[in-house]
Design a binder for this molecule. Sequence first.
Ligand code: ADP
Length: 546
Amino acid sequence: MGLMQGHPLLISLLLVHAERHHGDGEIVSRRIEGDLHRYQWRDVARRSRQVARALDGLGLPLSARVATLAWNGYRHLELYFGVSGSGRVLHTINPRLHPDQIAWIANHADDRVLCFDLSFLSLVQAVHAQCKTIGHYVALCDDDYLPADSGIPGLMSYESWVAGQSADYSWPEFDENAASSLCYTSGTTGHPKAVMYSHRSTLLHAYGAALPDSMALSARDAVLPVVPMFHVNAWGIPYAAALTGCKLVFPGNALDGQSVYQLMESEGVTFAAGVPTVWQMLLDHVKRGGLHFSSLKRTVIGGAACPPAMIEAFQEQHGVEVIHAWGMTETSPLGTLCTLKNKSLKLPRDQQMKLRRKQGRALFGVDFKIVDRQGAELPWDGKTFGDLYVKGPWVVGAYFSAGAADPLVDGWFPTGDVATIDPDGYMQITDRSKDVIKSGGEWISSIDIENIAMAHPAVQLAACIGVKHPKWDERPIVVAVTKPGETLGRDELLRFFEGKLAKWQMPDDVIFVDAIPLGATGKMLKAKVREMPEVLDYCRRAGTPS
Ligand code: ADP
């Protein structure tokens, strides 16, 4: 056996490190109250210990679930460390889910405590009677803001609950495989499924997130996670920030382009992370105002395919490097990130750009393969596509649910995505397997079609779906939203595809709509798009059973 010290990899270690080695590192939060709050890692450490004591005071056993309904902010950060560090499990609930689904999730998770931002007061008032296991409700505010007569039993303010506690607390030591936090998938693929992370998986993921070919986080960065702390732990940024000592900037609930831009500029943000729909709002704001980014250097974009037009706008117009990333709740979430290899630096710009559109290379810790329907591995030639399978120490092993079926196939997790892998190991998502369009026995990638549509200067957002066709089985059509003040005709948009796709891959038609339904994490909900009245009407008129 090796003779090295056997410290378990626990989340509390990150906080101890942050306090001792970059205790004066800044955390800035735009609060729900409206102002900017500033403090330092040493304050996070002190107040997280107070949170741990407060949880002890409630008599909560180890592994009890503590839920949050909260935006990105310093109190949420304290819960990240105080709850998990003390051996309880942090359950970050996505407040954009339907209230019934929130109640279902809280019951399923056996949540004992719910801490929520006051912007979700009416939501909590609506669901608390259905949440059978929650015994304590905490509003993330001080007593001055605590609503009177909320109707929520025993509601207390976070500040009065925590501030009275002693900060004299020693983090417990336990098995690094113990549960640390819990996330439910956003349910775009059916009933939400629960993924239970461990301390070990979270720490390994934090190391992975900080690597140069990943998010390259360092003590020189000021990091703005626009991706919510309820969306797969803000992609691990809170943990990686404690590990590296970067400055953290939290946007609260102000996620519109103007607010995000102002915060980036005033806080000297160098790195930001978010889904494409949020970045679209930011780019629109910047374009309208003729603005530029004075400090932003890199942004990681993932959660849905990043349109090439967005990568180009950031890089060409603003000199901001886009790192396209792929992951899922089941992969903690980082799976692949797209950074160039040394040999690609010599490639002409357009070929580099082609590479950057892909979802990227596997991080150490995640292995992937593509397989055919019989499970046989397919070649890495950049053309052959198949079902994407992944494995690794921060990939789900089993869902948190009594009697849930084993999700693994020979130790690999089938992602439900269809992808190609090129000889250099760059993975590219073709589609979600249920969104792939099968036309005349050939597969058409809905993502390719959406990317082209979104490169049209008048298009704000576009979804490509397959509609039934008597001869070809399915044919692609585009459902598009135009930018405010722009007009665009069906024929003009269809002409825009010419020369960019093979003839049989071209969409048959375009339907313009006012808005495309987005899910709880800002992704287009294709299932809902298929049910839009305009789409059903189109299918009726075209005689294609939807
Ligand atoms: P849900 O599975 O409930 O939608 P997740 O947030 O876990 O919630 O979503 C993961 C899925 O999002 C992936 O399986 C993939 O289909 C999609 N996805 C994530 N990142 C990308 C990306 N960069 N390009 C294309 N699809 C992506």
